[in-house]
Design a protein around this ligand. Structure first.
Ligand SMILES: [Zn+2]
Length: 395
């Protein structure tokens, strides 16, 4: 690409869009210290449903009768999304899942040596047998079964593939590779998923964790490798450092020309709803949904945006797509164009000479206050410099 070629924001879209499987209500609520009440769970599920998320993992039925009732109630409120219930590799968990009335169950089977030997005190044959028997048990109850390789990223890939084959032969509908501890990088995630996609008949789901800050990157790498289903949570809420963020994965796939059906304008309200329920405010710089991610202060950026917004706005990240707008902020790093713009917006005198005189005052005031300037701050400074500044706006 030579220097005059159009800027490339996205690249290599291929194949149908993956299906997003939201697990905010299961893996998200497993975050230490996070508890959703039933009303919040119903509201989050309905919001995900209305946003166009295809599948929603509702919870863990084996937690008992109250949870079975809660899952049943949440599922009843769904209009288009498919509900799914999470189960350990135990017959009693399958039975509990069946009692919810939800017709789709995910069975998580620990596969790594430390999980099998260290956690469960069993061997690889146990995993083979459990998958065969539990998939048969669940399908016999009329359930569609997804089988998950818990800690699959720290497991011999040949064994993961063998379990996927057993799951397929027993009648499972899907196989989930879980990077339970978030140890993969995008290249390794791509390789593992591509190997499964190439050798296994089942649709492959990838389930990422964000311990190294790579959950979204790994999830997108898995999608590139052919994963047909992707686990996500709103805001990336999840165990420890969280999961892949729904909003990031949906936005990138849409930008790559593989829209998932999730309404991008629903992502901010969803993030705010989950943040409130989780008691964890949306971080200012959280991609897509953070309060500050479309704010601009530095003189060079503001000047560029005011002249041609594509200078500091990528094609896949136009704020209005997400129901948002650029916000120009006056502060320590502001330049002349930003001050002229802010003066004009405030209905104040905004000729270059006046703005140029005001600029050092703006910077000094921001430094003194240790924050961006509010419109009232600007008006105060402008009046201090020129008592008649207000109401004498000049073009
Ligand atoms: Zn997980």
């Amino acid at each position: 690409m030579n220097a005059l070629s159009p800027a490339m924001d996205v690249f290599s879209p291929s194949g149908p869009a993956p299906v997003l499987c939201d697990t905010t209500l299961r893996d998200g609520e497993q975050t230490a210290g996070v508890v959703f009440d039933l009303a919040e769970r119903c509201a989050i599920a309905s919001a995900l449903d209305a946003a166009g998320v295809a599948e929603i993992e509702l919870g863990v039925a084996a937690m008992g009768a109250a949870e079975i009732g809660a899952i049943r109630q949440i599922a009843r409120g769904l209009v288009a999304a498919s509900p799914l219930v999470w189960a350990r590799a135990r017959a009693e968990d399958i039975a509990a899942a069946h009692q919810t009335g939800v017709r789709r169950v995910h069975v998580a089977v620990p596969l790594s040596p430390c999980h099998l030997a260290g956690k469960l005190r069993v061997d690889a044959d146990w995993a083979r047998t459990q998958v065969r028997q539990l998939v048969s048990l669940a399908t016999g109850m009329g359930l569609a079964v997804s089988v998950g390789a818990e800690d699959g990223s720290r497991t011999d890939p040949a064994f993961v593939a063998e379990i996927a084959t057993i799951a397929a032969e027993a009648g499972a509908i899907r196989f989930r590779l879980a990077d339970t501890l978030g140890v993969l990088d995008p290249f390794a995630a791509h390789d593992l998923v591509r190997r499964l996609v190439a050798t296994q008949p089942l649709p492959i789901e990838f389930h990422a964790h964000n311990d190294l800050g790579l959950a979204t990157a790994n999830t997108l790498a898995a999608a590139r490798a052919g994963a047909s289903h992707l686990s996500v949570t709103v805001g990336g809420l999840g165990e420890r450092a969280g999961n892949a963020a729904l909003e990031e994965v949906a936005a990138v796939l849409a930008a790559q020309g593989r829209p998932t059906g999730v309404g991008l304008d629903r992502l901010v309200p969803l993030a705010e709803m989950v943040a409130r329920a989780a008691g964890r405010p949306v971080p200012a710089a959280k991609p897509i949904v953070g309060p500050a991610v479309f704010s601009h202060e530095s003189g060079i950026h503001v000047d560029g945006l005011l002249k041609d917004r594509t200078t500091y706005e990528s094609a896949g990240l136009r704020p209005e797509v997400f129901g948002r707008a650029h916000r120009l902020v006056l502060g320590k790093h502001s330049g002349l164009a930003g001050v002229v713009h802010a003066l004009r917006e405030a209905g104040l005198r905004h000729d270059d000479a006046f703005a140029r005189a005001l600029l050092p005052m703006v910077r000094a005031e921001a430094e003194r206050l240790k924050r961006a300037l509010e419109p009232a701050d600007l008006i105060r400074l402008a009046r201090g410099l020129c008592p008649g500044a207000q109401g004498v706006a000049q073009s």
